[in-house]
Design a binder for this molecule. Sequence first.
Ligand code: TNX
Length: 552
Amino acid sequence: MVQGYRSFYKINYMNKMNFRISATTAMLCMIFSVGCEAPQKEITMPETDLNSEHLIPMPSKMTATNSGFRLDQYTRIETNPNNEGLEEVAVYLTDKITEKTGLRLETNTSDGQKNDAVIYLTQQEGKSWPNDEAYTLSIKKDSLILEAATPKAAFWGVQTIRQLIPEISNDTLTEHAIWPIATGIIEDHPNFEYRGSMLDVARHFFSVEDVKKYIDLLAYYKINVLHLHLTDDQGWRIEIKSWPKLTEIGGSTEVGGEAGGFYTQEEYKDIVAYAADRFMTIVPEIDMPGHTNAASVSYPILDGTGKTLQLYQGTRVGFSTFNTRKDTVYAFIDDVVRELSAISPGPYFHIGGDESHATKKSDYVYFVNKVEKIVRKYGKKMIGWDEIATADMDSNSIFQFWASEENTKTAISKGMKVILSPAKKAYLDMQYDTLSKHGLHWAAYIPVDTAYVWSPETYVDQIPKDMILGVEAPLWSETISNIEELEYLAFPRIIGYSELSWSLEENRDWENFRVRLANQTPFLDMMDVKYYASPKIDWVKSNRTYKEIQKD
Ligand code: TNX
């Protein structure tokens, strides 16, 4: 398990003091053999209300029992020894508790005392769960039991636990600090299996470190797919060993003329592994037959426009195309899909397929049909933007809706499942309003409420619910070039998309969501996220700023 994103959270002074007090108590216990459980004397916990916690995405069902689970320095984390894969999840939880509270809890040690509060992770395969990401949390005063269908379900349960931990401790209940967790029962499972965001690393390149930070932020909200738009007219961002000029030439610049960049295969594998540790799938996208200027400049043999080629640093779309009738082009694509599939353990390979305005219609259909077979040959399910529905698609391929209802109907008639990314609602690169610092507005202005108030189940008429794989919010990067700008466009809207893809329709409500969103500030500040503080939200002020946390 990869260590947490930040390691600067140190045990604060209070906790050090507490440790000294309890160490002294332990010494006295040993000498006099009395009062060994002194710190664990009956503590009256404050009243709580699980239903007023600010969980996002909203769980399927909650029942409050109004007491408090005692999270403190004596709390132990244990996992069912018969379950594989849970210990890693428990270690992740331990690290996250340290980041937030400074507590360093023991995981799977037997030296706790009988009155210590316990967090217990267990997998229940036999139970009839709604799906394999379902979990329940049973929170009582002294035990917090996370029962999960699978380790990934446990990981989502852990995100809920993280969100339930108060930002600051209660230091008045006893002589040491306690973070009381609201008691009750949470039964939870996702509405859709595909809960994604896309990051365009082609128009502007983002470093491995930036991508990892985005992954960490997404995981907290139970998002489980990061689609990387790896190639476009302006840049080719993934090393392909059999075609080295793609990155040497095609990776050398970006929109605005900056230096660009690319991921070596080792770096890409590092991203994939980091995501996998967070039960997140990376979907690689090689956009073609249009959006291919960077590839064709690197290897002019691929080009189908016949025009003079040069590196492109602007933001126009639709001017490039591969030569769809040349065998070399398919030999090239075979190499790219083979190399990239070998380092992408997820089930999907995205071929783009959008805005191929420079490709003749018949050539486009011929191309997509051939590329779909290549993708299947390497064991992947093909995803494409909504134009691919016009080709002879296999029902196993997946259709990503961004604009055309007609294409969606065609896709459904071909038996293809749908990912919903309506540009007017879910495009993270659309400006919030006319004052937005970054972003475009060709599809719409998308303020925080518009981003949330729509329903994936009914947005496009007549898609049967079981044909919707999920929701993805794409972040195109023509107007953003660093992590702060990325965060400005993605946050807070992506938090709403997490709820649209995880929570059941009957549990989604803007007025209720708005309050929960306002309370995400302690997390966003702790993670140093430069979110857009939309005036539509009454943001709650965090108790500690990022700088103060660093100083602790
Ligand atoms: C459309 S929607 C695109 C991208 C642009 C984006 C800008 C789609 C599949 N393609 O090439 O970056 O608009 O908003």
